[in-house]
Design a protein around this ligand. Structure first.
Ligand SMILES: Nc1ncnc2c1ncn2[C@@H]1O[C@H](COP(=O)(O)OP(=O)(O)OP(=O)(O)O)[C@@H](O)[C@H]1O
Length: 491
């Protein structure tokens, strides 16, 4: 059974003005927002989406695009003109005020742009305010508020008054108040917009951390694209009351729904949004260590690259091997690749943002190896791909990536060396190596060649069968002709 979403918004329209029904009908028939201006403002038009439990869902758009109106319908502060809102499985549209208050108390709290703290109460009392409204006992609310103040980095500030705190700290109190109520959903309306850029960044990072720890569902409104991209698991882009695109930061960046969104995302800091996992490619040259030097050299020759990734069992990354070192091993007739494996190359995690990869990319000429927590090789980020991703030049980088570590030894030299050093026993070993290489590199040429040769075999079997059929047919024809001739000729 699938979990009910935290929020479900179905065909929601909010019209401020006269004759809302007429306005909605005209909107559905294709009238524009401007055409309806004489009647009023269509603040939100046909919004239809779900917010999953535990995600940070960002609503982004320019001023006047309808973000605040939308968020206010989510906790019932505004009643939709049409459509419905369902909170944790309960449809709040049309609900009595009393029940609505109950749903809000249990499920939804809000963090405001200008903090909305009570100036004559202490930080602790402000943090405990939601609990007070819920009727929680003074001792318990004190304990819970203290705990949550600690969590947001304000331990020891409980006795201060809000005015004694900086803006960033005041918003931490706002956040603490919302978190102390322990509702499932936090609505945050431009919650960090009033803060200095550095504090704002800090708060964004802390919010992501808190979300991971506490698993809250967060709807976050912002007109700042970088903030949206950094925070949002998914982002709804609004324009003139409509959601024009809903997707992950990566989808919006790399595949904007229309020219408006494309222009909007043009200046975004991609390095803070895209991760190594987003831009990595299948590593081109991979061999298992057990495959040995000859297999590694053959693989590099076939792919015309100067390096291969070497993996151990379970695809665990051991390092890289360079063509010159491997050639030397082959010349010496060595059977182990080990002494050619070097760990002097950049390794990054799939979740690392591109902004964190620059240092590694600058330090080394090699593609960055992307590994999971167990150190297994997931992919590679060639430096050219890194640059292309930042400049949003995604097309055809794979082609360029192949030649990023071009072979330093001519193909015929390698072929001649392999040939010259081949002995009857190495030929057998080579066969074993070849299958190890094929297993390690899914797209290896060996596999393609094998598939092709199988296909060719199948074709030639078909051709044989066909020619047998044709022969049988012609024999039959001959026999029929002979019969016919026999019948005609007088006995
Ligand atoms: N109570 C209201 N009565 C009439 N019109 C309203 C009301 N609230 C909002 N609007 C109009 O609805 C449209 C959307 O406003 P809304 O505040 O939702 O946008 P926003 O994207 O949140 O913008 P901002 O970032 O400036 O708050 C605007 O044209 C606004 O003037």
């Amino acid at each position: 059974m699938t979990e009910t979403p935290a929020l479900e918004v179905r065909r929601l329209t909010k019209f401020f003005g006269r004759k809302p029904r007429e306005a909605i009908e005209r909107l559905r028939a294709g009238a524009s927002r401007t055409e309806l201006a004489p009647l009023g403002t269509a603040a939100v038009i046909d919004a239809d989406f779900e917010v999953h439990r535990g995600e940070i869902f960002v609503v982004m758009g320019l001023s006047g695009s309808g973000k605040s109106t939308l968020i206010r319908t989510l906790n019932g502060l505004l009643e939709p003109s049409d459509g419905t809102v369902t909170v944790m499985g309960e449809t709040i549209t049309g609900m009595s005020r009393k029940r609505l208050r109950e749903v809000r108390r249990r499920h939804v709290s809000m963090v405001f742009q200008h903090f909305a703290l009570l100036p004559h109460r202490t930080v602790l009392e402000n943090a405990a305010y939601g609990l007070e409204i819920q009727g929680v006992s003074p001792a318990e609310r004190r304990a819970r508020a203290e705990h949550i103040l600690e969590r947001v980095g304000l331990g020891g500030w409980g006795d201060k008054m809000p005015a004694e705190l900086s803006g960033g700290m005041q918003q931490r109190v706002g956040l603490a108040r919302a978190l102390a109520s322990d509702t499932d959903i936090l609505l945050m309306d431009e919650a960090f917009s009033a803060l200095d850029p550095l504090i704002r960044k800090e708060m964004q990072e802390q919010l992501v951390e808190l979300q991971h720890e506490l698993g809250k569902t967060i709807v976050f409104i912002t007109h700042d694209l970088n903030e949206a991209m950094f925070l949002g698991d998914r982002i709804a882009v609004m324009r003139d009351g409509r959601i024009v695109q809903l997707g992950t930061a990566e989808e919006i960046l790399t595949d904007p729904a229309d020219g408006y969104v494309a222009q909007f995302v043009q200046d975004v800091d991609r390095s803070r949004v895209l991760t190594a996992g987003n831009v990595m490619e299948a590593p081109r040259a991979v061999v298992t260590a057990s495959a040995g030097p000859r297999a590694a050299l053959r693989s590099m020759r076939d792919l015309q690259t100067s390096m291969v990734f070497v993996v151990g069992s379970g695809r665990r990354l051991l390092g890289v091997a360079h063509d010159r070192d491997v050639l030397r091993l082959v010349q010496r007739g060595e059977r182990s690749l080990e002494s050619a494996i070097s760990d002097d190359h950049p390794v990054v995690g799939a979740d690392e943002h591109l902004s964190e990869l620059f240092e590694s990319a600058v330090e080394s000429q090699l593609p960055l190896a992307v590994v999971d927590e167990q150190g297994r090789l997931l992919g590679a980020v060639p430096r050219v791909t890194l640059l292309a991703a930042l400049g949003n030049v995604s097309a055809n980088t794979a082609e360029q990536a192949i030649i990023e570590t071009p072979a330093t030894i001519p193909v015929d030299v390698i072929t001649a060396t392999l040939h010259r050093t081949a002995r009857p026993d190495t030929a057998l070993a080579d066969a074993a190596d070849a299958s190890a290489v094929a297993a390690a590199a899914a797209e290896a040429a060996d596999i393609r060649a094998e598939a092709l040769s199988k296909e060719t075999e199948a074709f030639s079997r078909d051709a044989e069968a066909l020619s047998r059929d044709a022969e049988a047919l012609s024999q039959e024809t001959d026999a029929t002709r002979a019969d016919a001739a026999g019948e005609r000729s007088p006995a």
